[in-house]
Design a protein around this ligand. Structure first.
Ligand code: WT7
Length: 635
């Protein structure tokens, strides 16, 4: 029996048991049999979850790009590694073979070196979904530079915060990007961000949209001429298992974004293993994940996981509704996609449109459907199952986080029976626990609580860049010796998990994880705003949308409320990005507070969700009259 590829429910149970009884042995076998090492490890795992300190495959040496590219060249150099599907439907798709990927990554890596980038340096990547994005990520990994990809929908301010937080030396970007029938001036955003970043001395620019942009003398260079002159060979930097591979920012309930640091060997082993099993990838399958590489889903399941398995992975530059709502299905038909992985918010948006957009296309190549990013509602699940999977393709509802690096709870398709809205069972090596309000573990089934993980897994983030104390505080202090996820979950009578949503002040809007504090901080910068509180409320397509309660300063404000609303959303767009805009803004004279001065968001959440029949315990409320007033004026 190979541990690497699970093919039945019995096998899953056996493998799972083994992974819990002897985790070291379990991961060691997987690492040994399926990956390439320059030097073997001395010790599989050492850890202390209270510090927290975790080290996997200590003593091992490797380069992840050798695992994702070089080792495949002997047997499948001519196999397509990446299919690039451009934004414009009439533009030709580009097939990049493993041989070509090797060449492109090595050349790019040599360009980085020639510009002074060395092992351990941070490189910020702010690119649209074009091949250069995947290539540059791998080029950094080739030479041991730490990539920090920033989703190209973030604003200049958000970009600058992320560049400065980890002291990036270089930014990789493009002149602009295509998005549906629009173009976006990415270079302009970078220029604006860099006004407040002193550490960046080089900007390399991909020509994507052929626009007239300003190139700053001594700082900015076009990428292509540098690539044209670069050597095709680039020896991989040999990395230690725990050397950082990348930083990826995620928003928290308080303060500035957290730069989650992922290390090399454990991340590689875990994303490779989970990709193989969750998508049951077989040679010749064509796999498509619709996420952007700017999020963890793209890092783990567009780039590293698939390439570590020698898979063919699709990168789509465009949007689901351009030129019309049939685009996804046109791509499925055109490339004969076998595994399709997307987010509930996309499914809900697609489900609202006429079924003709689906029925026009031949979706018979599909074998497995996936979802990720937020709880999937039952209606969306059925629409996906009936119309896209034709009731034949299992749906893998995959629960995980930026912090976990890879999928944690998910069915194994064709093995685990699925139930709508359940992420089902933990993957091998993952030991979930549900905790009650007193910090006790809820044993047994049919219980709900806060979701923790009891034992280290190879892809867990190792720290927050530059702030280990915050890492400990956020994830390892609520429950000693456990990783706390921030999510609530229930376990049914058969041990299946259903993730119910965040229990902290993070709101998931269209699958994007948004902390309330940074949005409130942005709003409070508006000169007319005294105080604000953001909560989520149910939204048909986005899952949750943002509702802002705003107290204005008593300065005899003359602007209309509608103008103020526009200005507030403008500030949010500048500080964070359009994804964080508020759907509703209610101006109010007060906010419900406890005697200790804390805003009672629980009450605001109920009001915003129009669920006020029972407001719960309000005995600690300092100002009950405010609640009445807010309820009367709810939007
Ligand atoms: C949060 C993490 C990891 C991929 C993208 C999101 C929510 C994620 C599911 C799911 C219910 C889910 C959780 C989690 N979430 N997948 N299948 N069912 N909720 O990464 O931005 O770090 O967000 O997304 O609340 O904590 P992220």
């Amino acid at each position: 029996m190979s541990n690497y590829h699970i093919k039945s429910l019995e096998e899953y149970f056996q493998v799972y048991r083994k992974s819990v009884q002897n985790p070291e042995r379990f991961w060691e076998e997987i690492a040994e049999e399926n990956f390439m090492w320059r030097k073997r490890w001395d010790n599989v795992l050492s850890y202390d979850l209270n510090k927290p300190e975790v080290s996997w495959f200590e003593g091992a040496k490797l380069n992840i790009t050798e695992n994702c590219i070089d080792r495949h060249l002997y047997t499948k150099g001519d196999k397509t590694a990446i299919i690039f599907e451009p934004n414009g439907p009439s533009q030709k798709a580009v097939h990049i073979t493993y041989n070509q990927l090797y060449e492109r990554v090595c050349k790019f890596a040599n360009v980085l070196k020639s510009q002074g980038i060395k092992k351990g340096d941070r490189v910020c990547i702010y690119l649209p979904m074009i091949p250069e994005l995947a290539v540059s990520v791998l080029a950094c990994a080739r030479i041991g530079a730490i990539h920090s990809v920033v989703f190209a929908g973030f604003s200049a301010t958000a970009l600058a915060t992320r560049i400065n937080d980890c002291d990036c030396k270089m930014v990789l970007t493009s002149d602009g990007s295509f998005r549906g029938n629009k173009t976006i001036d990415l270079k302009g955003i970078v220029d604006e961000a860099l006004l407040s970043c002193n550490g960046v001395d080089t900007v390399l620019v991909v020509n994507r949209i052929n626009s007239e942009i300003e190139m700053k003398e001594g700082r900015d260079q076009w990428l292509q001429p540098l690539l044209d002159n670069a050597q095709v060979q680039c020896e991989p930097e040999i990395m230690a298992a725990e050397d950082p591979l990348f930083i990826l920012y995620t928003s928290g309930s308080t303060g500035k974004p957290k730069g989650m640091v992922h290390s090399t060997a454990g991340y590689m082993v875990y994303t490779g293993y989970t990709f193989k099993n969750v998508f049951q990838y077989r040679e010749d399958d064509i796999y498509w994940c619709t996420a952007d590489i700017g999020w963890i889903t793209g890092h783990s399941y567009i780039v590293y996981g698939p390439l570590a398995n020698g898979a063919t992975t699709v990168m789509f530059e465009g949007v689901p509704n351009y030129p019309d709502w049939g685009r996804f299905w046109e791509i499925v038909e055109k490339h004969k996609i076998n595994q399709f992985y997307t987010a509930p918010t996309a499914i809900r948006a697609l489900a609202k449109e006429n079924l003709d957009f689906v029925e026009k296309y031949d979706l018979s190549s599909l074998k497995i459907l996936g979802t990720v990013g937020e709880p999937i509602n039952e209606e969306a699940w059925h629409w996906y199952n009936d119309n896209i999977g034709n009731k034949q393709s299992p749906i893998v509802d995959t629960w995980w986080q930026t912090e976990t690096g890879g999928i944690m709870i998910s069915p194994i398709p064709f093995s685990t029976p699925t139930i709508p809205t359940y992420a089902t069972l933990p993957l091998p090596g993952i030991q979930p626990a549900l905790m009650d309000e007193n910090g006790e573990e809820l044993t047994g089934n049919q219980v709900s609580g806060r979701l923790c993980i009891k034992f280290p897994w190879p892809a867990m983030a190792r720290t927050i860049w530059g702030n280990h104390a915050r890492y400990k505080e956020t994830y390892f202090s609520a429950y000693p010796n456990r990783y706390f996820t921030g999510d609530g979950a229930m376990r049914n009578s058969t041990g299946y998990y259903r993730i119910t949503g965040r229990v902290d002040d993070v709101i998931i809007v269209s699958g994007h994880n948004l902390g309330t504090a940074p949005i409130e901080d942005a709003i409070n910068e508006h000169p007319a705003v005294a105080e604000s509180a953001i909560v989520g409320f149910p939204h048909e397509i986005k899952g949750s949308a943002l509702y802002g309660f705003v107290i204005l300063k008593e300065t005899g404000e003359s602007r209309s409320h509608d103008n103020l609303r526009k200005e507030i959303n403008q500030i949010i767009t500048e500080h964070i990005g359009p994804i964080a805009k508020l759907d509703k803004i209610q101006f109010t004279n007060g906010l419900p507070k406890t005697r200790s001065g804390k805003i009672m968001r629980r009450i605001l959440r109920k009001i915003a969700g129009k669920d006020t029949s029972n407001l719960g315990d309000t005995s600690t409320l300092l100002n009950p009259e405010v609640v009445e007033d807010i309820m009367r004026n709810v939007l």
